[in-house]
Design a protein around this ligand. Structure first.
Ligand code: HEM
Length: 182
């Protein structure tokens, strides 16, 4: 018998053809659903050296017009071996009927971002609306995040950052593939 105390009756779906059916407002970003893994590079004027990293990103939904977003990254050494845990974040992407997106993303480094932007088939472009930081967090004033599903089926990602007195500029880029995919 179904016991609501022990089993979530509304689990998230990771595929467009899974239950529950996706809300119509998710249509432009249905191709983002699922878990993605891959590698990227990053730099910033205040960081001594360019770094390589690996990342796992998951988008899921529960039938309502928002995506659940979860990402974790770890740094790689020159041979591609894991060096140490790096950025993590999670949040919600609220898709509007006209393709606008409102996103809320928080990080364990004390940063909470609200981003606004636009989604069209297979792409999303989000920029900071507001950033709030905890008293001990680094100063972050803006980010811009662009995601594109490429013709090769990868999810490509570029992240610009304005922080610690620097103007908005490149911080990261990555190419992710579907987990378990080729
Ligand atoms: C894949 C995700 C990310 C990776 C791999 C990454 C990696 C790094 C690395 C390696 C550093 C140098 C300091 C250190 O070694 O920890 C750094 C610094 C920093 N990152 Fe990121 N980062 C990521 C995402 C983000 C995001 C989403 C934000 C903000 C919204 C952010 C903001 C910063 C800031 C503020 C600094 C400090 C710069 C300074 O004090 O000089 N990073 N990041």
């Amino acid at each position: 018998m179904f016991d609501p105390a022990h089993q979530d009756p509304y689990p998230d779906a990771l595929r467009p053809d899974a239950t529950p059916a996706p809300h119509a407002q998710l249509t432009p970003l249905l191709g983002f659903l699922g878990t993605w893994v891959g590698q990227g590079h990053g730099s910033y004027p205040t960081i001594a050296e360019e770094f390589a990293y690996a990342q796992e990103v998951t988008f899921s939904h529960d039938g309502r017009p928002f995506l659940r977003y979860e990402a974790r990254a770890w740094l790689l050494d020159a041979e591609g071996a894991a060096l140490r845990p790096s950025a993590r974040e999670s949040g919600w992407w609220r898709l509007q009927p006209d393709g606008r997106v409102e996103a809320l993303i928080t990080q364990p480094t004390g940063i909470a971002e609200i981003l606004v932007g636009h989604a069209s088939t297979g792409t999303a472009d989000l920029s900071t609306h507001e950033v709030a930081t905890t008293p001990t967090a680094k100063e972050v004033t803006a980010t811009r995040r662009r995601y594109t599903l490429s013709d090769e089926g990868t999810l490509d990602f570029v992240h610009d950052l304005a922080a610690v007195g620097q103007p908005l500029q490149y911080h990261l880029s990555a190419r992710l593939r579907r987990e378990g995919g080729s």
